[in-house]
Design a protein around this ligand. Structure first.
Ligand SMILES: [Zn+2]
Length: 263
């Protein structure tokens, strides 16, 4: 009997801790998004916006932030560039992003290919041009592991890093990167939420039921990508439910060993 009481107290305390963390996280997100209402999401391929960033896109739009999207390739790995460009615009429409806010780069030096490293200077220039043109104050993209390790995702982080190191952002503009997590955590679906809350972050976006359904509907627009294993991804990937972001400056400090690796 005392054992049951101990477990009960432990569970109650844990739930209380999670509620407190959730409240703190929501307050931090609110403060951040109020002070940085013009956001640029930089992705590498059509479908990244759905597969990895859907909770964020939907949360930003719910808070009436101005969201711009820059997709750096046409997703031409299997010579389907035209199809994939249309799929991306349809997906954005379902998510609620205006087509006029979506830019798809079609550049021969930026092929959709996991074995080709993109020119970081070129990626940097494209991002900074967009930041200036749209007066962006919050930039979002992948972290140094690129969620899936895809070289094109990682190239965007390298450009973010370059921008950070050379202090090229406009005053007040912040750069946040999507946490990459271990394989087990990646496919833990909503069970990931407690760990996501415990992990240090500056922005956490959680998809509500209706938002998850909207993300699924948007993903259906990427018909050319809906192979059988993608269905499993949609069910089990944490990125369909929760996104957590960390500042580029903090990542660089971690990489320098100034603070412990929290990954
Ligand atoms: Zn991708």
């Amino acid at each position: 009997m005392p054992g049951v009481v101990v477990v009960f107290v432990f569970v109650v305390l844990l739930l209380l801790l999670l509620v407190l963390l959730w409240a703190r996280s929501a307050r931090t997100a609110h403060d951040l998004l109020v002070s940085t209402p013009r956001t640029l999401l930089v992705t590498a391929h059509p479908d990244d916006e759905c597969m990895f960033f859907a909770p964020t896109v939907l949360e930003l739009l719910r808070r009436r932030c101005s969201l711009f999207m820059l997709c750096l390739s046409t997703g031409n790995y299997r010579n389907e560039a035209e199809v994939r460009k249309k799929e991306l615009l349809r997906s954005c429409h379902v998510l609620g992003v205006s087509p006029s806010n979506v830019t798809i780069i079609d550049h021969r030096e930026l092929p959709d290919n996991p074995t080709i490293s993109w020119n970081v200077q070129l990626v940097t220039d494209l991002i900074l041009r967009h930041v200036k043109e749209h007066r962006i104050d919050l930039m979002l993209s992948f972290d140094q592991w690129g969620v899936s390790g895809h070289a094109n995702h990682v190239a965007i982080y390298q450009a973010f890093r370059y921008i950070y190191v050379h202090k090229l952002t406009p005053p007040g503009c912040r750069m946040l990167c999507l946490h990459s997590v271990t394989l087990l955590r990646k496919y833990s679906s909503l069970l990931e939420l407690p760990l996501a809350l415990l992990q240090p972050h500056v922005l956490l976006c959680l998809a509500r039921c209706s938002q998850y359904r909207q993300a699924l509907k948007a993903m259906m627009c990427h018909r050319s990508q809906m192979l059988w294993f993608r269905w499993l991804y949609l069910l089990f990937s944490r990125y369909m439910f929760v996104n957590t972001f960390w500042d580029v400056s903090k990542i660089e400090l971690e990489l320098c060993g100034a603070i412990p690796d929290s990954r």
